[in-house]
Design a protein around this ligand. Structure first.
Ligand SMILES: Nc1ncnc2c1ncn2[C@@H]1O[C@H](COP(=O)(O)OP(=O)(O)O)[C@@H](O)[C@H]1O
Ligand SMILES: [Mg+2]
Length: 228
């Protein structure tokens, strides 16, 4: 059996405050390499917090995260940043594109941050934009693209450094139905054709049909639906 690409052990995240919020209360699970997994649960159940811990955007207050065999929670901040850039892609609900940059520039920026060859990565960025169906939009600025197109640029950007895992937090929440379907079909294609591991937060029950598995969260714990 191959090693799971994600292992979470007793993962906890408590936000400090007058009344501390226990957003994750000790959760454990594994994710198989090449799988497409949804994280579902009510608003406030800890879905975004979970993705932030797994993708090294935040540091858990307890437990461990292993990504492709590396225990990442104890890496230095610098190592975390390097690991995130080199091995992880992240897709945000609001796309988070840089408005002063073209689609092409947005996509190859994370490669520049790793000091990679600009010429090779411009070419790669253009191939990825073609892969997501935007080969004719390379020089467009974010404001000249629809929401669905912007999200596909963000997905191409997440792919530029050939990540081991793509994390997406409600990537279709701001999109109309047709654009949402395009984005979900694209994730499915990346999984099937590139063997891409994808972990996506969604609150859309219909999205279940795209994924291999759902991790249900309830108040910072793995939900009962998961266990049954
Ligand atoms: N930065 C933060 N500081 C304090 N509390 C937070 C912070 N982020 C989230 N929370 C709280 O943690 C809980 C889980 O939030 P979140 O992970 O955003 O849930 P979801 O994504 O499932 O809606 C909520 O009670 C939320 O209010
Ligand atoms: Mg959220």
């Amino acid at each position: 059996m191959t090693q799971p690409i994600i292992i979470a052990k007793d993962l906890e995240r408590t936000y400090p405050g007058k009344v501390p919020t226990r957003a994750l209360r000790g959760i454990s699970f594994e994710v198989e390499r090449g799988s497409f997994v949804a994280v579902m649960g009510r608003s406030g159940s800890g879905k975004s917090t979970l993705l932030h811990q797994l993708s090294l955007i935040d540091t858990p207050t307890g437990g461990e995260v292993h990504l492709d065999g590396v225990e990442v929670t104890h890496l230095s901040d610098r190592k975390k940043t390097e690991f995130r850039l080199a091995y992880l892609g992240y897709v945000f609900q609001d796309y988070a594109l840089i408005v002063e940059f073209t689609a092409l520039e947005n996509v190859f920026l994370p490669a520049m941050a790793l000091g990679r060859d600009p010429v090779a990565y411009r070419k790669r960025a253009s191939e990825l934009l073609t892969l997501v169906g935007l080969g004719a939009r390379l020089g467009h600025y974010p404001t000249e693209l629809s929401g669905g197109e912007q999200q596909r640029v963000a997905i191409a950007r997440a792919l530029i450094n050939e990540p081991k895992i793509i994390f997406a937090d409600e990537p279709t929440a701001n999109l109309d139905t047709a654009s949402a379907v395009t984005v979900l079909d694209l994730f499915k294609k990346l999984q099937k054709e590139l063997g891409q591991t994808i972990m996506m937060v969604t609150h859309e029950p219909d999205d279940k049909r795209y994924v291999d598995r759902v991790i249900w969260l309830e108040d910072g714990l793995i939900g009962e639906k998961e266990k049954s």
